[in-house]
Each structure stands twice: as structure tokens, then as C-alpha cells.
Design a protein around this ligand. Sequence first.
Ligand SMILES: Cc1cc2nc3c(=O)[nH]c(=O)nc-3n(C[C@H](O)[C@H](O)[C@H](O)COP(=O)(O)OP(=O)(O)OC[C@H]3O[C@@H](n4cnc5c(N)ncnc54)[C@H](O)[C@@H]3O)c2cc1C
Length: 478
Amino acid sequence: MSSRIHPGSPSSCPVIVVGFGLAGLSASCELVVRGVPVHILERQQKPGGNSIKASSGINGVPTRFQAQGSDTVSAFYNDTVDSAGVNLMKMETETRKKLISSLTESSSEAINWLVDEQGIDLTRVAQLGGHSHARTHRGAGLTPPGASIVLKLLKQLQASPLVTLETDTTVTKILKTNAVVVGVEVSHAGETRKIEGPVIFTAGGFAGDSSGLLARYRPDLAGLPSTNEALPGSVDLLVNVSAQLLDMEQVQVHPTGFVDPKEPAKPTKFLAAEALRGEGGILLRHGKRFINELATRKEISDEIMALPAEDLQPTKQWDILLVLDEAAYQATKTHVDFYMWKGLMRKTSIFELENSDVALETIKKYGAVVQGKGVSDPLGRSTFGNWNLENPTFESAVYVGTVTPVVHYTMGGVIFSPKAEVLDSGASPIKGLWAAGETTSGIHGENRLGGSSLLECVVFGRIAGQNAATFMGAHDGA
Ligand SMILES: Cc1cc2nc3c(=O)[nH]c(=O)nc-3n(C[C@H](O)[C@H](O)[C@H](O)COP(=O)(O)OP(=O)(O)OC[C@H]3O[C@@H](n4cnc5c(N)ncnc54)[C@H](O)[C@@H]3O)c2cc1C
């Protein structure tokens, strides 16, 4: 599709995009393809935000890369609602349902857009925790999905004369005149200035803001390590122009952040991708499995955090072993080789594991369940990825790393509409202001499904870009 600004429209002023992770990139792509100038403001020196770290993939249903005929949009919708939790779905039910419908119904198109229009490889599909089917897409190559998506979109946008990208520049205020958002105030190298234009706010969440928004909304999580950059959340900028917040206390703790044996107390942890469990990996505590490894992140994290923590001041963490057999390793080789290179995982034998007698027995029982030898899993796991270690001995090779729960994602944020409009206290759109990505709320409730954040960035980022382009007078041309 080609499209352009309508001649004579007030197109000289750009659309301002605040934050340049995947939501900002997706919005910018839609503006550029419609001929609308974009002014992107990013506080860090390099674009990519937390999006560039994404390691498991992006959800889409149905796609040509999934096992044919196995999955449906309604199964994805139901999994998302189940994961969001009954109590939260009772609040604002209609709004939440519309957002979840929009997300799940647009997921196939989002994958097609990335693959067919942007040239990104998403051919590998895994089943992550809380999903009833394999629907999380990543590439077959060495680059993790977040980096491959972000770097490709970034390269294309940087080649466009319509794009102005300012890094190291923090948006400090959103400017509103006569109930319309008209620009932002920014700070760069100690200087403050104003930039005019409607605003798409894609500034991410606050999982790394432990002493700010996290301490305000979830003081109980103080001291837990995080996968996010340790930077302040920016959603208060929206509140100052009468946007409303929802679910701010809903914070996702991911069950598996790697404990680096070289720096065990380090507060920022590297994420152990969920694909490791999806492809067959198990979790052991003192040699025993203790939960269905494909339960939701919340269920697994809660189970672990109910135990006494090791107190490694200033970090509070637990000691859980992630174990892969040779076949699960082969299926996740690119991930695991990288983790081994970083010293976060190692190849060893069952004999070397803590409580090796117990661990061997556990692995034998799990193997019997996987082989379907008339035993179902007492912990309720029903899919086992590629695990195929049938008759384990003490000498059998395993790939292991120590993991602990980490603050990972914030489900709460600004209330927005399926058109990505930011809503005020009367649930009316604030003119000239859109939002997308982790900064928004209403979709994930108490628990985001793995792979659905990159998806929301693409789906609602693109919607925000399309609607801001229309606001600027652009018309689809094809
Ligand atoms: C290690 C890790 C692995 C993950 N893996 C997956 C996965 O496999 N699949 C999945 O779906 N999700 C995954 N997630 C979650 C997902 O990556 C993020 O939720 C999502 O990418 C957020 O995208 P975003 O565009 O909303 O925000 P971000 O990518 O965080 O971008 C926001 C940007 O806004 C900038 N910014 C903030 N405030 C300001 C301001 N005031 N002025 C200027 N700039 C500002 C920030 O510096 C940042 O660059 C993962 C997250 C992490 C940390």
C-alpha cells in the first residue's frame, strides 16, 4: 500500500513519537509510509528500549508457520482472558474485551506485516507458559527476536528523509492547549526546548523504576532484581494532561532471571528465555520438580516466592535450577550457546547436580511422562517440547543454570481505546494524543502472556501511527 499526505494539509509539523522501542518503531513506520514527517525523541543514547532485549518471540494466530489447523483466534483470546484473571476482567470488562479482541484478531496480520512487508524471519514457533498452543514466533537464526525486529525496522526508518531521530533527549512535559495536545517539552544536554506536533506516547513501562513508580505502587517488590533497565517510568507525563491509569499494582514477576555465578547479587538480571521451558526444560528445587513449568509466570513466581528468600543484600532472590536435556538444548541451541558464552549456563552431568540422587530420580520420572508410558504428569504438564532423555544415568549430559524471580513487566499504565487514543476521566479521547506498548493498560490484567507484549507494540503502535496520520490529513493512497 502506498499513501501520502493530502496536498494542502498542515503537514509541515511532524508527529512526535516519545520513546523508540518497538511500539514507537511500529507507529513511525505507519507514519512514514503515509508520507507524514516523524520527530522521534529517545532519552537513551541508543534506540530499542527493552524491546531490543526480547528473547522468546511474538504471538500470532493463525499463521503459516504454526502447525496447520491447530490454533484459533478464539483460543488465543480465551488464553489471554484466563491469564488476565477473573477479578480484573470484572472491572472495565467491555473495554478490556475490546482491547483483547483487537490484539488477538490482529495478531496474524501483525506477523504477516513483519515477515512479508518488513522482511523479518519469524519461522520458528514455540509454546510458552499459559498458552494452549504453540504460537510464539521467532527467527531460525542467531539473533534473538527483539533485536532482529527492532534493528530491521530501525534501519528502514533511518533511511527515510521523513524521520528525525533525537537520542539522549528526554521528554519532560506534554503540552496541551484548549484540550488538544500540541507538543512536548524536552531536555537535552541541560537545555530545555519545545517541539510542536501531536504526540504518540510509546515510552514503555516501569519495571526498572524500583525506587520510583514501583516503590509507589508495589512496595512489596522492593529489592527484587529486574530484567529492565534501571530508569524512571514516564507515565506521570500523561497523567499531567488528564490521562487515567489502570492496574498500576499489576506487576509481572518473571520466574526465571539468571543468577550470574560471577555476580550473584547483581540487581539487573539476564532473562532466561521462556522458550527454554517451552522446548522441554524443567525447574528443580533441591533436585525435585515442584510445578508445571508451563504454568503462567505468576503461578510459577508465586510458588517460588512463597519460600524463604536468600538474602543477598541489596538483592532478594531464590535458588532454582533450570535443566535441559540434549534434545531441548538442540532446539534452543542459539539461546543456550549464548548463555553459556556469558557464563550463565553450563553443560554438566546429572551426577554434578545438587542432590544428584533425587535429581536422577526426578529426571527418570519426567522422562517416563514425556514418553507417555502410561503415567501422566502429577504436576499437570501436558506438552514437553523436545525433551527425549529416556533412560537417564548419572553420566547423562544436562545443560543447567540457576534462576530466580525478577521484576519483568508492568501490566498497568494509561487507559487507551482500541484506536490507541489516550482517554480522559470521562473516557473521551484526548485530542492529539495516542499511546501504545507497555505504557498502556487494560489488556493483560494480572498476567501478560509471553509473546504478547511485542504483539501489542506492533498492533497498537501501528494503529496509533495510522490514526495520527489521519489526524494530520494523510489519506491511504492504494
Ligand atoms: C529481557 C526481556 C525479554 C523480553 N522478551 C519478550 C518476548 O520475548 N516477547 C514479548 O512479547 N515481550 C518480551 N519482553 C517485554 C517486551 O520486550 C517489552 O514489554 C516491550 O518491548 C516494550 O516495548 P515498548 O515499545 O512499549 O517500550 P520500550 O521498548 O521499553 O521502549 C520505550 C522507550 O521509551 C524511552 N523513554 C521512556 N521515557 C522517555 C522520555 N520521557 N523521553 C524520551 N524517551 C523515553 C525509553 O528509554 C525506551 O527506549 C521482554 C522484556 C525484557 C526486558
